[in-house]
Design a protein around this ligand. Structure first.
Ligand code: UT7
Length: 326
């Protein structure tokens, strides 16, 4: 029994903000940055930012992405008995984003819950969904990554605020005898914790305690990301008995083109096979992998029967890779 990928979808907020536009906006607060720095250090050229006044938020983006994935799979919400949403920026603490998505889709009856593993969230959600489908307990899952990280960025901290964007991506997985997910491995090292990448803000007796913004030691994260993605990518390929160069579509976490390029080189994967939506989306955390996957699938960059390698990494530190046959 496999969990087979049968549909993808994604959604972005309406407002695109280029590096130049962002630099101009930050300059009004005396923060200096520029397109050249952002592009050469990260590969990012623009990002989409949610606007609450337009009704945009994590749940709304998740619902849109889910509807598009269901349409691609030619299914209706009633066909889904499991919804897992990976998010670090839910619109509210509870009920979970997955339960809100379930209600808005009209898919009541199955199980729905969130997974919180920050930028590795989609890989974790995929691994959980794979286990639940191949156990025989569930038939069809919607696995979503959705974020509005713009709400937790310190717009006066140029070392983080230029990096992130908002969006959502979703996949439909079905329990099947035909090949689908072949290997999925997730890892964490909690010792590389809040000091490396964290957001300590929380509610305490009705008031906000801690720091409400993302803080990051970029260089440390960079090193961990290259190591975690390279080793986990190799591990899933070894488990299946294929060489990473056999992969037709490589979708690493879209955080930094330099990280992605180094990982592709270490794994021996041709750069032409790599999804590179970081340029137009920035880092959308748990949404980045399903968003990039959907763009690649819709562009016709992978054919049925070919191998896809998905990878996520982020705060925790947490990371993982998934090898699947499309
Ligand atoms: O999803 C997982 C989460 N995050 C990541 O994967 C991010 C991983 N890390 C990175 O992508 C990179 O480390 C960064 C893009 C964040 C930073 O690149 P870097 O090459 O490691 O630069 P740096 O932090 O060492 O900073 C170099 C310089 C500093 O100036 P000085 O001290 O050399 O004078 C910074 O102050 O660049 C300066 N700087 C900026 N300059 C213009 C930092 N941010 C900016 C900015 N614009 N936005």
């Amino acid at each position: 029994m496999y969990a087979r990928l049968i549909g993808t979808g994604s959604a972005l907020p309406q407002t695109e903000v280029t590096n130049d536009a962002l630099a101009q906006r930050l300059a009004q607060d005396g923060i200096e940055t520029n397109d050249e720095w952002i592009r050469t250090r990260t590969g990012i050229e623009a990002r989409f930012l949610a606007d609450a006044s337009l009704g945009e938020g994590t749940t709304q983006l998740a619902v849109l992405a889910a509807e598009r994935a269901l349409a691609a799979a030619e299914l209706t919400p009633a066909d889904i008995d499991l919804i897992i949403c990976a998010t670090t920026t839910p619109d509210q603490i509870f009920p979970s984003t997955a339960c809100q998505v379930q209600a808005k889709l009209g898919a009541a009856g199955g199980a729905a819950f969130d997974v919180q593993a920050v930028c590795a969230g989609f890989l974790y959600a995929l691994n959980v969904a794979d286990s639940m489908l191949t156990s025989g307990k569930f038939k069809r899952a919607l696995v979503i990554g959705a974020e509005t990280l713009s709400r937790v960025l310190d717009w006066k901290d140029r070392s983080t605020c230029v990096l992130f964007g908002d969006g959502a991506g979703a996949v439909v997985l079905e329990a099947s005898d035909d090949a689908g997910i072949l290997a999925c491995k997730t890892y964490a090292d909690g010792r590389l914790g809040t000091d490396v990448l964290g957001l300590t803000g929380h509610l305490d007796n009705g008031v906000l305690a801690g720091d409400p913004f993302i803080r990051m030691d970029g260089r440390q994260v960079f090193k961990c990301a290259v190591e975690g993605l390279s080793t986990s990518g190799k591990a899933v390929c070894d488990e299946v008995g294929v060489d990473p160069s056999d992969v037709a579509l490589f979708v690493p976490h879209q955080a930094n083109l330099r990280i992605m390029t180094m990982v592709a080189k270490k794994l021996g994967i041709d750069m032409d096979k790599m999804a590179k939506t970081v340029a137009c989306h920035g880092n959308t955390s748990a949404a980045s992998v399903p968003l990039a996957l959907d763009v690649a699938v819709r562009a016709g960059n992978v054919n049925k029967g070919e191998l896809i390698l998905l990878q996520g990494v982020g705060a925790g530190m947490a990371w993982g890779s998934c090898l699947l046959r499309y």
